[in-house]
Design a binder for this molecule. Structure first.
Ligand SMILES: C[S@@+](CC[C@H](N)C(=O)[O-])C[C@H]1O[C@@H](n2cnc3c(N)ncnc32)[C@H](O)[C@@H]1O
Length: 262
């Protein structure tokens, strides 16, 4: 069934916006379907296995590491690097926070981790080379690295650095990446079997209203109603009807992987 035009889908702002807990983790928790393709496509090729020590860098409230836990249960020891106190408080109790660590310095022993990953958490750091060097250092021989973030010039770049930048009170200035850049950083750091691709997928929702409420909350967009958020999503990123029902907001990230030589 084809969805209704955007202008007939939106009741009043007050009716759709039940909660003012407008923070990133609340949005992710409220709409678990939204980013599942993003997480699954990233995790599928990361190769986390039972018995691994997994390090989630820029973990926020733990969306990525919760996916690892859902796949492998307590067979994986999960560590997190996250600079924001507010995010740390939202992490589940099974996570070991790495004290004093930053996005590019992990305060862990050499060769103490099996898999390091960073999902959308590099673009607020100007020089990200040390993320790759530091990952190489803490990984055991044979260990895996993953990184996923925004492609320079993509519609996601426009969404974050133009649309979100305009409606979020703090603005949004992300440093985004050319194709091949992550792969080069990985090879320079010593990784082998390096693979990079731009993954295209959707953020999925039951309705366009849910999509707009999620984005307004996730990106903390102020002074704009969900109807307008949806119009901006449609004109900037594109909205499609999903074959199995529901709607998808087009999204993409560069995903790159590598292995530390044995
Ligand atoms: C878009 S969120 C992504 C979080 C999580 N990986 C996910 O996919 O849901 C970006 C994260 O990077 C962290 N971060 C990245 N660079 C940072 C920096 N330079 N200073 C502070 N926090 C940073 C933020 O605290 C936040 O948790």
């Amino acid at each position: 069934m084809t969805r209704q035009p955007l202008h007939v889908q939106f009741p009043d702002w007050v009716e759709v916006w039940e909660t003012r807990a407008d923070d990133f983790n609340a949005a992710v928790e409220r709409f678990p379907r939204a980013r599942w393709r993003e997480r699954d496509t990233f995790l599928d090729d990361l190769g986390v296995r039972a018995g691994d020590v997994f390090l989630d860098v820029a973990a926020a409230g733990g969306y990525l590491l919760r996916g690892v836990r859902a796949r492998l249960g307590d067979t994986v020891r999960i560590l997190a690097v996250e600079p924001s106190e507010m995010h740390l408080a939202a992490l589940p109790e099974y996570v070991e926070v790495v004290p004093g660590a930053t996005i590019t310095r992990f305060t862990l022993d050499d060769a103490s981790v099996d898999c390091v990953a960073n999902l959308s958490g590099l673009h607020h750091t100007e020089d990200i080379r040390p993320y790759f060097v530091e990952s190489f250092r803490v990984l055991r021989p044979g260990g895996r690295i993953g990184a996923a973030d925004v492609r320079k010039g993509s519609t996601v770049d426009t969404w974050l650095n133009k649309v979100v930048d305009r409606y979020n009170e703090q603005g949004h200035v992300g440093h985004f990446y050319d194709e091949g850049e992550f792969a080069a950083f990985m090879r320079d750091a010593g990784f082998v079997e390096v693979v990079e691709r731009t993954a295209h997928y959707t953020w999925d929702f039951d309705t366009v209203v849910d999509m707009a409420v999620f984005c307004k909350q996730l990106f903390d967009m102020r002074g704009i109603e969900p109807r307008q958020v949806a119009e901006l999503i449609d004109s900037t990123l594109g909205i499609i009807d999903l074959p199995g029902g529901g709607v998808g907001m087009k999204w993409e990230l560069i995903q790159a992987y590598g292995r530390k030589p044995v």
